[in-house]
Structure formats: C-alpha cells, structure tokens
Design a protein around this ligand. Structure first.
Ligand SMILES: Cc1cc2nc3c(=O)[nH]c(=O)nc-3n(C[C@H](O)[C@H](O)[C@H](O)COP(=O)(O)OP(=O)(O)OC[C@H]3O[C@@H](n4cnc5c(N)ncnc54)[C@H](O)[C@@H]3O)c2cc1C
Length: 335
C-alpha cells in the first residue's frame, strides 16, 4: 500500500466511506488510545516497519456536480477517488486539472501538499476541502484561503497536521479550456493551438501529452518502487544564490513571489553533488532523474533515511543549501 514498497505492519486498518463511519473509527481509536494515521494511495509516505495505531483510508470515490458558481463549475469528489481517474473525468465538467494527469495517489491527499506539475497547482482549482477535525470533533468546510496553499504546502501540513481527515474536495473548474503550456516540453503544443489544419489542442490531447512526458521522465512506481520527488526545490536568499552562481554560473534558477528569494532545482544540486545514479545499499538516486529515490526489494526505512541524510549532507557541504524532504515520514507515533 505504499509506492516505495517498504514493509510496514499496522496495529489495525480500516476503510471508511461516510462521515458517520469515520467518526466511529476515530472514537474507536480514542477508546483504544491508538494514534490515527490517514493513508491515501501511499505515494508520498515513508512508512515505519511498525505503525502502533489505526490506519484509515477513504473508499469514497463519488463524483457529484454542484453546478455553476462565480463562473466556475463546482464538483464534489470523494477523498478515496484515484487522482488520475478524476483528472480524466474532470474534463466532462470543466478545465484546469489536465496538467496534473498521472500524479499517483488519491483526491483526498491532493490538497495536503497542494500537488503541482507543469505550471499548475491544484490549490488554484479547489473551492473548499471538507473533513473532520479530530481534536475538536468538528466537521469543517475549509474554503481556499483557509487552506493556505503554498509550494507543496498547506494548512494540513502545518496547524492541522495529523488533526484533519479530508473526506471530500470541492473543485472549481474553469468553464473555458485555456491550456497552460508554459512548461518547456508542453510548449510545442502551442503551435497546434489551433494548427493550420484547424485542429485545436483538446483537453484529451493535453492529458495524453502530459502522460507521455511523465512516463518518459519518471520511473513507474509499479515497476521501480519510488515516491516521486524526494526533495522539494529549495527557496534560498538572493545572497546565497549570488554566491552559488558566482562559483557555478550554470545553476538553474526560477523566480518566486517573495522578492529577495530564488528557487533552485534540487535535481541539479543533487546531480552536481555526485548522487545522480548513485546507490547506498538497497536504495539509490535514479540515474535519469536525480530527484527520485528508488528502492530495491527488501529496502528498509533505515536504508531510505541513511541515503536521505547522505544526500542532504553532500548538498549542504557543496552549496550551503538545506534540502527539505517531500514525502511524509509516518511512524504512527504523532497521533
Ligand atoms: C512517480 C511519482 C510521481 C509524483 N509526481 C508528483 C508531482 O508531479 N507533483 C506532486 O505534487 N506530487 C507528486 N508525487 C507525490 C504524490 O503523488 C502526491 O503527493 C499525492 O498527492 C499523494 O497522494 P496519496 O493518496 O498517495 O497520499 P499518501 O502518500 O497516502 O499520503 C500523503 C500524506 O497525505 C495524508 N493524507 C492522505 N489522504 C488523506 C486524507 N484523506 N485526509 C488527510 N490526510 C491525508 C497522509 O497522512 C500523508 O501525510 C509523485 C509521486 C510518485 C510516486
């Protein structure tokens, strides 16, 4: 149940479909003094060998159109719906999610780290997130501003960490299809929009192109265990950036909203630190995509953490940049 395929055994496991079933499970966990762990598709977690608690997973895959509001088409989707399936279905209702095709995982996890790819972040298309706050026993609807979406970040990773179970997400889709093609490899589609033969890019074609690019760049977790990007792209001060670019003029950099900061490419830093294609025991950094850690059969959480620390140390020693891991370490002890 985790794409890194780490062996992990939980004290107890249950699926819930309705809010009533979820509340019952939360009460059971409280009575047994079990920490509660929420699992989606397991594509962004590092599981410890033993989870002392109750692991719960939504099986609600309902899709309910709610009509138009402020020019956007609202659709409520259950947390247990497979993300890619939802993206493919979403184009029957509206647009905006096409660039997020083929990201593994569930709808319920999509707001947690505000999933993003190819110039789009899911937060732009979320109207609200519905769920249950464990500490207060409240059913809550958090509107987009309350979710405080940032780069791979949200309130669910901060104030509400380990305290909020997402049961459904209401998406606000654009009624008009205006493809986002700023990401390099998608730019070639621009010339086809509309092309001289009168064929326009369709949402289907955009989804197919995104799937093609992703399949050619990222190892398929079905074949090679991995959990996607292992580190976030670091945002550093302009002062640090200047010192790095003085020494390494080729350092790739991207603008960020806050003045005085620059985003660097974690993959480049890892590659330059000698870790691309390098292994440590049963884990390694992928030889085509340095940002992805892959695991062999029998790899343990300790193997993963040892390589994580070794990569972070090398990058810090060479560039003075602290890399922050993207996957969530789940040991069941946080409650
Ligand atoms: C090959 C590959 C490529 C990837 N590419 C991308 C990418 O391009 N962009 C990107 O942003 N991410 C990417 N990821 C990361 C991952 O797919 C996303 O983070 C995804 O949203 C995780 O979904 P999941 O259901 O598997 O969550 P899980 O891994 O099961 O859980 C992740 C976190 O969310 C919490 N969570 C899950 N469901 C709920 C819920 N219902 N309520 C409350 N908390 C919940 C968990 O407790 C955990 O903290 C990639 C991963 C892989 C393996």
């Amino acid at each position: 149940m985790n794409t890194m395929r780490l062996q992990s055994t939980a004290e107890a496991f249950a699926r819930f479909r309705s809010m009533a079933e979820l509340v019952e499970l939360v009460e059971l966990a409280e009575n047994k003094a079990w920490p509660l762990v929420v699992l989606g598709g397991g594509s962004n977690v590092l599981l410890s060998p033993r989870l002392e608690g109750l692991v719960i997973q939504s099986s609600n895959d309902s899709v309910t159109p709610l009509g138009l509001r402020n020019g956007r088409q609202l659709v409520k989707v259950g947390a247990g719906k497979n993300w890619h399936e939802w993206v493919c279905e979403s184009i029957a209702y509206g647009h905006g999610l096409e660039n997020l095709s083929l990201i593994p995982g569930s709808v319920g996890a999509s707001p947690i780290q505000n999933i993003g790819a190819y110039g789009v972040e899911v937060g732009e298309y979320i109207e609200s997130v519905i769920g249950y706050q464990v500490s207060t026993g409240q059913i809550r609807h958090l509107d987009r501003p309350d979710c405080r979406f940032g780069y791979r970040d949200s309130v669910f990773k901060r104030e509400l960490k380990n305290d909020f179970v997402v049961t459904s997400v209401i998406f606000a889709l654009k009624t008009e299809f205006i493809p986002e093609l700023s990401y390099g490899p998608l730019a070639s589609l621009k010339t086809d929009y509309p092309d001289t033969a009168g064929n326009c890019i369709t949402p289907d074609k955009l989804i197919a192109k995104v799937c093609e690019i992703r399949s050619s760049k990222l190892p398929d977790p079905g074949k090679i265990p991995n959990c996607g990007s292992f580190f976030k792209n670091p945002v550093v001060s302009r002062v640090l950036y200047k010192s790095i670019s003085g020494q390494f003029p080729a350092v790739p950099n991207y603008p960020v909203a806050s003045a005085g900061s620059v985003k660097l490419a974690a993959a480049w830093l890892i590659d330059q630190s000698g870790w691309k294609g390098k292994r440590l025991g049963k884990v390694g950094m992928h030889d085509q995509q340095a940002l992805v850690m892959t695991a062999d059969d029998g790899a343990t959480l300790d193997d993963v953490l040892a390589l994580r620390d070794a990569v972070r140390r090398s990058v810090f020693e060479r560039f003075g940049v602290e890399l922050e891991p993207e996957p969530v370490l789940v040991d069941g002890s946080a409650g």
